[in-house]
Design a protein around this ligand. Structure first.
Ligand code: PLP
Length: 497
């Protein structure tokens, strides 16, 4: 198979012409060996099957000696795996703290992987810029996702009597719903009167662009803000951010995007698409660790928003004046007495950095710096190319399985490769979720389950392989048809074993 030609087809929205032997493990292994595809698996710590069952913390050497058979980890959409670089980066941070303590704010020790603590957030912005298609000064690394959604809405949601609605998706992640609800209430309004959820298209789990834009048209006079997901966490649908943003602007509406499931997963061009703002977490496809520090994008055209409407904190203030602690015009003229003053003059850092409030956690920034160093070994375009093929392969094998077990499940993620990222959401026949979950856990497969019947299969191109996909399918097929004792030879690709 000409891998690059097939990737081109996927990039054009077409499907792959898989060869007749595509359902063999040998074929999966041949794709893993293809050096035109990114392979950074060695940069990650992959838990072994034995690791997953451990009840105690053990050192890395012990783990490696114990059981080298790797688990199949398809849960990068929830918590990405740990880059090996994270240990070295954390150790450099701890050594810097041990060696020069407060001096670490401004001094970089020789041979440290990290810059001075004070520069780390801006360094992470710079190193994230390509992932988001943004200028470095349009990205700020701070807080966590829900907090940043609130901060962005505090700046960009300005309801009036007539224009007070926020458009959001039918089934947002609960935190987004709560954030929107509470922002509306904070403005003294009744949430249900000001929330406009986009329902999925009839009989589907997805929201078509035409449906969204017609809803924007219908409610343009009432909409103060649109907040949509780049990738919908439940269905895995990738929305057409560019078209929807353009349409919102044509109707004079500000639009922000929750990119939790898109960050590090798909190519984004936030600057060129003229997105007003976006927020993301870094613990999913970005692999910065559980609850790690988040990011936000604010288009350069809104560089003055923090000055006019944003919330202020000392870290959003101009860096050169940050440590002068000079928030008083008069204090410098007053000696030998305590000055209580409120005459603060806030000079924001231009651009997104002006939205910072507090001194960010250096440990958090260290973990993010480590994972960004791995991303910087490749490009998001190369990663997406592999991801398109990896997910198309998973879809192909699932569809083959459906020929053998027609009613076992349904893939609710769009079949169009341009309308999805790495994740495929598989809706299981009623009653199958619990037995399938148990079977997957027993076989050392990690993927995410959502009641009542969804499993989210998300092969991450940084560390997952085509062989992972192949082996997953074998285990999954056994799990969806547990009562049938067919010999292996009659189970399709399993027959190739
Ligand atoms: C789409 C989406 N929004 C919001 C959140 C909440 O993120 P946090 O707990 O980091 O604020 C998540 C977490 O997984 C998410 O997936």
């Amino acid at each position: 198979m000409d891998v690059q030609r097939e990737i081109k087809a996927l990039r054009g929205g077409e499907s792959v012409q898989w060869p007749h032997h595509a359902d063999t493990v040998a074929f999966a292994e041949s794709l893993d060996a293809d050096n035109t595809l990114v392979n950074l698996r060695d940069e990650f710590v992959i838990p072994s099957k034995a690791d997953l069952k451990r009840g105690n913390v053990v050192g890395e050497e012990t783990r490696a000696q114990d059981d080298t058979s790797a688990s199949i980890y398809f849960c990068g959409n929830s918590l990405g795996l740990r880059p090996k670089a994270t240990s070295r980066y954390l150790s450099d941070y701890l050594q810097t703290w041990s060696t020069i303590a407060v001096g670490g704010h401004f001094t970089q020790l020789e041979n440290s992987s990290l810059g001075p603590f004070q520069d780390m957030a801006a360094d992470c912005s710079k190193n994230s810029a390509d992932l988001f298609g943004a200028l470095p000064e349009e990205i700020v690394i701070m807080n966590t996702l829900t907090v940043n959604l609130h901060l962005m809405m505090a700046a960009f949601y300005r309801p009036t009597e007539k224009k007070h609605k926020i458009m959001l998706e039918w089934r947002p992640f609960p935190s987004d719903w709560y954030a929107v609800e509470s922002q509306i209430e904070w403005h003294g309004r009744i949430a249900k009167d000001s929330m406009l959820p986009v329902q999925p298209d009839e009989g589907t789990y997805t929201m078509s662009t035409s449906h969204i834009v017609s809803l924007i048209d219908k409610h343009a006079d009432e909409l103060a803000l649109i907040l949509l997901p780049g990738i919908q966490y439940y269905s895995g649908q990738l929305l057409d951010i560019q078209t929807i943003t353009q349409h919102a602007h044509a109707r004079g509406i500000t639009i922000g995007w929750d990119l939790a499931h898109a960050a590090g997963n798909v190519e984004l061009k936030l600057h060129d698409w003229d997105v007003d703002f976006a927020c993301w977490c870094t613990y999913k496809y970005m692999n910065a660790g559980a609850g790690a520090i988040a990011g936000a994008f604010i288009h350069e055209k809104h560089g003055d928003v923090v000055q006019n409407r944003g919330l202020k904190g000392w870290y959003g203030g101009d860096k050169s004046a940050r440590f002068l602690m000079d928030n008083s015009q008069s204090s410098r003229h007053v000696r030998h007495r305590v000055q209580l003053t409120t005459s603060a003059e806030f000079v924001p850092t231009p651009g997104a950095q002006g939205f910072q409030l507090s001194n960010p956690s250096a440990v958090d920034l260290t973990c993010l710096s480590a994972t960004l160093s791995v991303f910087n070994k490749t490009s998001i375009r190369a990663l997406r190319s592999k991801s398109l093929l990896l997910t198309a392969y998973a879809e192909y094998l699932l569809k083959q399985m459906l020929d053998r077990t027609p009613d076992a499940f349904e893939i609710i993620t769009p079949a169009d490769p341009l309308q999805r990222g790495a994740q495929l959401s598989v809706l299981l026949r009623e009653g199958l979720l619990d037995p399938v979950s148990t079977a997957l856990v027993d076989a050392g497969v990690v993927c995410d389950k959502r009641k009542p019947g969804i499993i989210r299969v998300a092969p991450a191109p940084l560390y997952n392989t085509f062989s992972d996909v192949w082996h997953f399918m074998e285990i999954f097929e056994q799990a969806v048809r547990p009562s049938q004792k067919e010999p292996r030879a009659q189970m399709g690709y399993a027959a190739q074993l």
